[in-house]
Design a protein around this ligand. Structure first.
Ligand code: PAF
Length: 278
């Protein structure tokens, strides 16, 4: 595995690559969820590139940018063992200049759910993903795939839209959510949870399970499903429970094969999200 810290070194490393590139952008603190993306990229491509960059522009004032877990050495080891070919770890100065041209999330899909709760987050996320995709594609690979988890469902939908709207030559590959054995969706932020909070956090996946049970019993009414989910979430400071279609438009009835059920909330001071695609 080659570790590159500069953009020039990245271009040098990708200059003479042949075949397909599979790219997994991350903010580090790698866990089994990231590893699943890396393994899928490994099995589908000639070259696997991972980036680790804690992107400041997607953190809002007062969020956990400084406290965000940074584990460069452990992450490098994980990447090496997973068969990554190139690990790209740029600095903030390399990625941004002072007066940057900005990208804005779309005015409807970007400003609901996570977009209202974290206004500005998606602008910064799209900005860095655009930069990373352009950097990896700089030497014009014959085929370029980028892997994103479905856990950040709205992020994924917005990245797909950006790729469409800006005609970026990359195939976006959505990857399934990875859960611990107890059902908790893996997240770098889970390490903030105490034992007690972790137990409470399980109610997020439990609420999604209760929705599935209702849907299996042919209850498709969105309001009734949300009401039932909220019963399981009494120990979470709920920010939203929502059912939308895959285009993130609101729905009144579940459309099987085209619905995402989303939940977000705080357990203690840790903000968690989870979702289920039905
Ligand atoms: O999902 C993440 O880890 C980040 O939002 C991403 C896509 C790496 C951009 O910083």
């Amino acid at each position: 595995m080659i570790i590159v810290h500069t953009i020039d070194a990245l271009f040098e490393a990708t200059k003479s690559l042949k075949g397909t590139i599979g790219f997994v952008p991350t903010m580090g603190a790698l866990h089994e969820g990231h590893l699943t993306l890396i393994r899928q990229a490994r099995s589908e491509n000639d070259t696997v590139i991972v980036s680790i960059f804690v992107n400041p522009t997607q953190f809002l004032e007062g969020e956990d940018l400084d406290a965000y877990p940074r584990k460069k050495e452990a992450d490098s080891k994980i990447c090496e063992l997973a068969g990554v070919d190139i690990l790209f770890m740029p600095t903030i100065d390399m990625m941004y200049e002072a007066d940057e041209l900005a990208i804005s999330a779309p005015s409807i899909r970007g400003f609901i759910l996570e977009g209202t709760k974290r206004a500005g987050h998606f602008d910064g996320m799209l900005q860095v993903v655009m930069k990373l995709l352009n950097l990896i594609a700089y030497n014009k690979p014959s085929s370029f795939r980028a892997y994103f988890g479905k856990k950040d469902a709205q992020q994924l939908a917005l990245i797909e839209q950006m790729v469409r709207n800006y005609f970026i030559n990359v195939e976006i590959i959505p990857c399934d959510i990875v859960r611990d054995r107890d059902g908790l969706a893996l997240s770098s932020r889970n390490i903030y949870l105490s034992m007690e909070e972790r137990k409470k956090a399980l109610s997020l996946s439990r609420s999604l399970k209760s929705a599935t049970t209702m849907i299996l019993k042919k209850e498709l009414n969105v309001e009734r499903i949300k009401k039932e989910m909220l019963l399981s979430l009494s120990e979470v400071e709920v920010e939203y429970v929502a059912l939308v279609n895959r285009q993130f438009k609101s729905i009144e009835q579940v459309e099987i094969g085209n619905t995402i059920i989303l939940v977000a909330g705080y357990v203690g001071t840790t903000r968690l999200i989870d979702n289920l695609w039905v």
